[in-house]
Structures are given as structure tokens and as C-alpha cells.
Write a protein that binds this ligand. Sequence first.
Ligand code: ZN
Length: 216
Amino acid sequence: MTEDEARQQLVDAMRSLDARGLNRGTSGNLSVRFASGMLVTPSGVTPDRLTADLMVYVDGDGSVAAGSARPSSEWQMHMGLYRRRPDANAIVHCHARYSTILACAHREIPPLHYMVAVSGGASVPIAPYATFGSEELADGVVQTLDGRSACLMANHGLIALGPKLPVAMAIAEEIEEQAAVYCGTLAIGGPKLLNAIEMERIIAAFTQYGQRDTKG
Ligand SMILES: [Zn+2]
């Protein structure tokens, strides 16, 4: 993918998050690994005003070219994740409503539906609270993910990563759906959970499916 294509892909994805109700206004941010650093959405620009040239290239050492827009305030979290997760080439962070409701209540998403396994685990855990954009937050997210593809972030929102941006976007959207379903079940007595053996079976099936998808 060329740099221009990668920049446009970020613009389209940010608008898509907004259109699907997964994010609002200037909150949330996206990035893709690129060259020796990453391309990340800019700080403080609403999706309707985003353009490809506003996407910011941040080099691996954190430097930004003169004349660039200001990178997302959460750029250090993205960079920290790319450093520690070589399997991640794209990151989606958003303040989707139901995920954020659970994150503010410090409730992880339990194995209430087999699609919870798109996270790569039997549940969607919550990273401890740390100030947005901090290295401490990146550390907490990496430790909480523990190899998974998504987690909630306490008192903050949701983060998902993947080998490419459409995959990370799809995971974020599915986790938000599971968060909404979980909130709904809590209103009618709580979910009846799937057992660990069944979740292991689903995770294995999704892993095989993902490998097939990557190959072809
Ligand atoms: Zn955020």
C-alpha cells in the first residue's frame, strides 16, 4: 500500500466509525504501521474535516516532520503498542458507547456469546486506568491484552488491533456489539455464560479461519 493509500484508508475508516455510531466528534483515533513508524489521525479534527494530508507520520523515535498536523494526543499509546506487538499493523481506539459504559463500571465482557472470541480470548478484559496518551496506559493495555486483539480501557473506552485496518475495525465493531448485548442482558437478570471448553473450541475455530483469511 502506498503512503497516499494508507492516509486515505485512515480518513475513510475514521468517517466509518462516526457513521456507524462507534465514535463521536474528535474522540477516538486510528493508526497503521508505516515505514519505520506509523501514520496516525490528527488531534482535534472532526471526521467531516479530515483529509489524507492531515494524517500524521510519526517516526519510530517519536519525531514528526515540520509542517505536519499535530498527531492524536494518544499517539504514544499507539507507538507503544506497535513496539510491543509485532503482530499489530493497525490500531483502532474509540469511545464507543456500550464499551465505555462497561469500562466506566470496571466490568469486563464475559463469555456470554461465542462472538466474544473475536477478541482472541474467552472474555474482553479491562486495562487499568492511566492518563490518556501516557506510556503507562500503553503498558497497561499491552499487559491486559496478553496477546489478545481487543480490550476495554477503564474509565475511557475500547481498543482493538489487527494485522490490517479492516480487521481491527471489524473487531472493534463486534466488541461494541457484545458490550451492548451484555448491557442488555444485565437489565433482564444477567447472561447465561458459555463454558470454557466451548470458548476454547470457538477461539481455535476463529484462529484457523483467520489463518485461511490471511492466506487467501
Ligand atoms: Zn481515548
